[in-house]
Design a protein around this ligand. Structure first.
Ligand code: HEC
Ligand code: HEC
Ligand code: HEC
Ligand code: HEC
Ligand code: HEC
Ligand code: HEC
Ligand code: HEC
Ligand code: HEC
Ligand code: HEC
Ligand code: HEC
Length: 309
């Protein structure tokens, strides 16, 4: 098979030379020498791997767009590879992406960034966790497939789970965001390409990221609960938990981490009329403090100030 292909390539080259057709003339024939692609598709066609030419169905295959890459924009000129005449496998291309590739992650990424550096979504790629930990663009993106799994909300998480097993386990817990249903995606909260915020948040902070969907938690409230303004993940694990409402810890323990159980917070019976189990039964502290994210009751309304209405 392979030998046949080399012969085919050799014959074509030979034929051109014999017929006396100048290379310059041939190069102007766009169908034959489509911006370098033909040098490659001579050997790499549907018979090679059907998947390979599916690139034509992606945004990288829009020939009418002058910015569209050719094989060599990503794989390099690869003269040694193209001109190889031996019987064994040819030497690798200049930029090779496969598992056995010896191309450094940096060089792989440069092949993509030569065109995609300016995209605003990737302005924090340099120095991001993924960049510094040698994750390549091609670790997530499938270039030759008609469908790039990581850009489909329903299949995106599978790509991430290959490296993030802990999050897979969390997302399968009873309380979770509807990620398996494809209604919320990792990329709704994280920018895999880097960000100015913590933990690759799509916004500059955790709270701002959550507000994009949970606007009602933003307020402004007359009385704020300090940790809510600071970082939602003090109380919630966004991926999933065994406690309801994505809570990291069950009440009253969640609250007692910060509110020392010296007053009614430890012994609720110290409040006139309160049942002794009001701190532990049903919604625990929230039996009374229902507006835990903030309230519009001013501090001087003594009966209602403490997030109770
Ligand atoms: C003369 C035939 C021939 C030509 C022309 C050719 N290749 Fe190849 N290519 C091969 C063979 C044979 C293999 C090995 C296939 C295997 O490993 O099963 C290969 C493997 C590859 C691989 C996988 C190994 C690697 O380097 O990562 C890539 C990528 C590749 N070719 C890209 C190209 C590109 C891009 C061009 C044009 C610049 C090109 N090829 C031109 C024959 C050719
Ligand atoms: C936008 C960048 C890009 C372009 C354009 C591109 N490739 Fe690739 N190629 C890749 C990446 C990345 C891989 C690694 C596997 C993957 O992501 O599908 C790859 C893998 C390959 C392989 C190895 C496949 C395997 O299964 O081992 C071959 C052969 C190949 N490309 C040939 C070509 C040819 C021929 C062209 C032109 C028709 C081309 N490539 C255009 C980025 C590109
Ligand atoms: C020669 C320039 C060029 C190179 C090199 C290149 N791309 Fe692209 N890429 C484009 C163009 C043009 C588009 C079309 C979308 C657009 O308008 O920006 C595109 C689109 C994409 C898209 C899909 C965007 C969409 O909206 O559908 C992804 C993902 C992508 N490129 C990733 C890569 C990766 C990964 C590499 C490296 C393996 C790479 N590109 C190399 C020019 C390039
Ligand atoms: C950790 C996985 C991951 C890595 C690594 C990664 N991407 Fe992406 N990429 C995604 C996801 C998820 C999306 C779709 C959601 C989004 O746009 O944030 C995406 C979307 C894109 C798009 C199309 C939408 C847009 O932003 O314009 C382009 C182009 C792109 N990536 C290029 C790149 C390039 C170039 C690199 C390497 C520098 C890279 N990606 C590295 C996961 C990744
Ligand atoms: C609703 C928003 C949201 C979604 C959706 C989300 N995350 Fe997160 N993720 C966060 C927040 C907030 C943090 C930082 C605080 C924390 O660790 O709880 C984080 C932290 C992480 C971390 C770092 C954990 C550590 O221990 O430092 C990884 C890895 C991660 N997420 C991967 C994922 C993956 C993979 C997905 C998709 C399956 C995903 N996330 C979906 C909000 C989200
Ligand atoms: C090829 C492996 C790989 C893939 C695929 C991958 N990651 Fe990562 N990711 C890493 C590594 C390595 C780290 C560094 C920390 C660690 O070891 O967990 C990391 C860290 C993170 C962090 C923590 C950032 C911080 O500042 O603490 C988040 C969030 C994250 N990845 C999200 C994602 C998302 C979302 C996807 C899918 C779109 C994804 N990752 C796909 C390898 C990967
Ligand atoms: C892309 C939109 C989106 C973003 C961003 C988002 N959420 Fe959600 N959140 C949802 C959806 C959808 C639900 C499920 C609502 C339902 O089932 O009725 C949900 C539910 C919740 C729940 C209740 C879970 C339960 O078990 O009932 C909590 C708590 C929550 N989100 C916290 C957060 C936090 C914290 C952040 C920021 C790190 C965040 N969300 C970011 C869309 C989002
Ligand atoms: C001090 C701990 C704490 C912090 C910080 C916190 N929450 Fe909550 N959250 C809770 C508790 C407790 C519940 C359960 C409320 C209930 O059962 O009425 C809850 C429930 C929720 C729910 C589901 C029920 C509802 O009210 O819609 C969402 C959504 C939510 N929180 C989002 C957020 C967001 C977004 C942030 C950050 C802006 C945040 N939380 C910060 C403790 C907290
Ligand atoms: C991460 C620490 C933290 C956690 C967890 C926490 N809080 Fe708070 N809470 C605070 C801080 C800080 C204040 C502001 C204290 C002040 O202004 O003196 C506050 C204020 C309050 C107030 C108003 C106090 C006043 O004097 O007006 C109430 C009521 C309250 N929290 C209830 C709760 C409940 C109920 C929970 C559990 C769902 C909880 N808190 C979880 C840190 C926390
Ligand atoms: C039976 C209803 C009830 C329950 C249950 C309850 N509280 Fe309260 N809490 C109140 C009332 C009423 C006040 C206002 C007391 C005042 O103004 O003197 C208050 C005030 C507070 C304050 C303000 C400072 C203080 O101690 O007066 C904090 C903090 C607080 N509660 C935390 C908690 C925590 C944490 C829990 C759960 C361990 C909890 N509460 C359970 C009714 C309750």
């Amino acid at each position: 098979m392979m030998l046949l292909r080399f012969l085919k390539a050799a014959t074509v080259a030979c034929g051109i030379a014999l017929a006396g057709v100048s290379m310059a003339q041939a190069a102007t024939n766009k169908d034959l020498f489509l911006k370098d692609d033909a040098r490659c598709t001579e050997c790499h066609d549907e018979a090679d791997a059907p998947e390979l030419l599916a690139i034509g169905k992606t945004r990288h295959g829009v020939k009418a767009d002058g910015r569209t890459p050719t094989c060599t924009s990503c794989h390099g000129k690869s003269d040694k590879h193209v001109d190889y005449k031996g019987k064994d496998k040819p030497p690798k291309t200049d930029t090779s992406f496969g598992k056995k590739s010896t191309t450094t992650p940096q060089a792989k990424n440069e092949a993509c960034l030569s065109c995609h550096q300016k995209d605003s979504k990737r302005s924090h790629w340099e120095g991001s966790v993924h960049q510094t930990r040698d994750v390549a663009c091609s670790s997530c993106h499938l270039i030759h497939a008609a469908e790039d799994k990581v850009r489909n909300k329903k299949t995106e998480a599978e790509v991430c789970y290959a490296c993030h097993k802990e999050q897979r386990a969390q997302v399968n817990k009873p309380s979770r965001h509807p990620i398996p249903e494809g209604k919320v995606a990792c990329s709704d909260c994280h920018n895999a390409h880097g960000s100015a915020g913590p933990s690759l948040m799509v916004r500059d902070s955790v709270v701002d990221t959550c507000y994009t969907c949970h606007m009602e938690k933003r307020g402004p409230f007359v009385r704020n609960h300090q940790p809510v303004q600071e970082d939602c993940s003090i109380c919630h694990n966004s991926h999933g938990t065994t406690n309801a409402n994505l809570l990291k810890t069950r009440g009253p323990f969640l609250c007692q981490q910060c509110h020392e159980p010296t007053t009614h917070q430890g012994n609720v019976a110290s409040l006139t009329g309160a049942s002794t189990s009001a701190n532990t039964a049903a919604r625990d502290c929230l039996n009374c403090h229902t507006q835990i994210h903030g309230t519009n009751n001013p501090a001087n309304i003594s009966n209602e100030r403490t997030f109770r209405r």
